[in-house]
Design a protein around this ligand. Structure first.
Ligand code: CAA
Length: 260
């Protein structure tokens, strides 16, 4: 049995054959690296987008680098759109085996200045989306007796962040969801885990005012921002058969910025 596990876990390409991976918000910084990694492993990869022109250009540049990703317009904050998305992917590519709930936005503001829209937009896109996309997928994973769900949260869901009461709440909520669902599906061959990236060199982090960003980097023991590929690497591990015993976990990748 130990040998069988070793054989499986040492052959990630065989594990990925004919499997479908959906990465929400795949056109962003971390999402792009995750799509590249899963496509390189041999998954049929799909992602969602909001802006058609940007997504088509992104898809073309991915193709130019030998990476095919199917793109679907979908507002992950909208349950009905997510249901249609999952139906379409199931028809065109097959049932989703691997789901990466990665779509997310920030609307940073101190709480006393935060508008209801800033609160709602972040909770809808970052947390409601996890329900909206996972709910139409879970039944087929249960029928198959296999599945991998990975929620991309944040260090700021763990430690809180000045100016992010909306985002910190949503990201902490994602891991609460992970722990509850992981228990419900553990005996059905489905694992549910959270990855909590620290500050990664993406557009989202580069949008933080430079002086604030520099003071954040100064607090990171490794002395640098993370790379999107460093998050994709954890995804590749968690989707593998070798990670079958890991569920309900929250894997931090933050350069030592926050240690629980
Ligand atoms: N701790 C304590 N006080 C702070 C502070 C901090 N971290 N940051 C700002 N302040 C203080 C200022 O010194 C100032 O104090 P005074 O009023 O006494 O002068 C006050 O807060 C400023 O408050 P304002 O409401 O006027 O805020 P602002 O308009 O200057 O902007 C902010 C505040 C929007 C939060 C801005 O500081 C900011 O963008 N911070 C970065 C937040 C951040 O880290 N976002 C992460 C984005 S990336 C991401 O989210 C990805 C991921 O998962 C990691």
């Amino acid at each position: 049995m130990g040998q069988a596990l070793e054989q499986n876990s040492s052959n990630p390409k065989a594990e990925a054959a004919n499997k479908v991976a959906l990465v929400t918000g795949g056109t962003g910084g971390i999402g792009t690296a995750i799509c590249e990694k899963l496509a390189a492993l041999g998954y049929k990869v799909a992602t969602t987008y909001r802006n058609e022109a940007k997504a088509k250009a992104w898809q073309k540049s991915m193709q130019d680098n030998g990476c095919d990703v199917a793109i679907y317009q979908c507002d992950v904050a909208d349950f009905d759109e997510c249901k249609k998305l999952v139906d379409t992917i199931t028809q065109e590519l097959g049932a989703v085996d691997v789901l990466i709930n990665n779509a997310g936005i920030t609307r940073d503001s101190t709480f006393r200045k935060m508008t209801h829209d800033q609160w709602r937009d972040v909770i809808s896109c970052d947390l409601d989306s996890v329900f909206n996309v996972t709910r139409p997928i879970i039944d087929t994973m249960l029928e198959k007796g296999h599945g991998r769900i990975i929620n991309i949260s944040s260090i700021n869901g763990q430690k809180g962040q000045f100016g992010q009461s909306n985002y910190s709440a949503a990201k902490a909520g994602m891991h609460g969801f992970t722990k509850a669902l992981a228990q419900e599906v553990a005996r059905k061959g489905i694992t549910v885990n959270t990855i909590s990236p620290g500050y990664i060199a993406t557009e989202m982090v580069m949008a933080v005012p430079e002086d604030v960003r520099n003071s954040i980097i100064a607090q990171i023991p490794l002395g640098r921002l993370g790379k999107p590929e460093e998050i994709a690497h954890i995804v590749a591990f968690l989707v593998s058969e070798g990670a079958s015993f890991i569920t309900g976990a929250n894997i931090a990748a933050n350069g030592g910025h926050y240690m629980e």
